[in-house]
Design a protein around this ligand. Sequence first.
Ligand code: FAD
Length: 391
Amino acid sequence: TPPRVVVVGAGFGGATAARCLAAGGIDVTLVEASERYVACTGSNAVVVGLRGIEVQTFRYDALGRALRLVRASAEAVDPAASWVRLGDGTELAYDRLILSPGIDLRFDAVPGYGAEAAEAMPHAWKAGEQTVRLARQLATMPDGGTVVLSAPPNPYRCPPGPYERASLIAHFLKVRKPRAKLILLDAKDTFSKQKLFEAAWAKLYPDVLEFVPLAAGGGVSEVDPAGMIVRTDFAEYKADVACIIPPQRAGRIAGIAGCADRSGWCPIDPVTFESRLVPGIHVIGDAAIAGAMPKSAFSANAQAKVCAQAVIDLLAGREPESPRLINTCWSLVAPGQGISIAGVFRPTDGLLADVPGAGGVSPLDASDAVRAQEAAYGESWYRTITRDVFG
Ligand code: FAD
């Protein structure tokens, strides 16, 4: 029989890997729990009413025509016997397994912030109902009100994401909610594209956005969703809208499979993305510890291609080649005003490391025309990648 590969998760990583394997003639089964995919990329614009959630929503019909797609939740993995068990009890045997389950939010990390608190204080860090909920709360908040947004400690999905969200919320308040304020609490002191974001905030939102880094007391110590209170060690904030983005870990099935270490994330070999903990299982996308590569859709897509080729090589008894991977992340600092960061990565001392001198960030003093062009690049990347992945 031809070798069988099972892929769990049809997001940016898993759907890409499955497509590459199918194109390479591998007998691949893609397992996905959700009816539809709702993309996080671009969802910060949904939060402030700049685009509809339908632009973010993709059906699996095209993917289902291109390969064998099973709509089920993967519940268990037996690495010794090499099978995955689905919610209905079906066992899928594999020669190699690829996990791309994305993230789980750690509802045990911030006192007071559990799954229920996320209804009053949405994270909107998994797109869908949460995104729409936060958008509705912002749309209906009073003029002169207070929004509290908390950014998590590293590592987490989409390093520039909280700061893009802060920028767009600040813009929304400036134009729609007179006298309203945004307090951005951060569990860190430094973050992605920081100089660019801070310059944009100083120029565009000086009276709207207050940034409180960790050193100034930005770490959230507790929340009270009933009273809409966010506490730090230094202060207490009463919010009209509170968006709490909690710490994260690899999606649950990665832990069940034994691939997550004590950090909650999955150490991998940077050439093949094979788990360092469980042979025969590969982990890609947000769930993986990919060294200097950020947890992004761009990264997940790039890692999926490298991993699929490595799996094809391993199944054919060939040694996989050492890869080069690229990531680019665009963010909006205001509607139609974009900034970006790009990097090139290669395996170095067992981790994915930056290739020195490659990549970089947008110039700090760019004109509005350049920022507008970057926003357009970001949007066209979104259209290309979602077409590529979901068909
Ligand atoms: P996901 O895309 O989350 O896919 C995981 C899939 O696995 C899901 O469909 C899930 O249903 C499924 N699944 C999980 N467990 C199981 C199971 N046990 N059984 C069956 N199915 C399962 N990235 C960018 O590159 N550019 C951006 O501009 C950008 N903006 C962002 C903005 C925000 C606000 C956020 C939150 C993220 C953003 N990202 C961006 C990050 C990007 O969304 C993620 O990095 C990307 O989705 C990771 O892909 P993945 O395949 O690892 O996980």
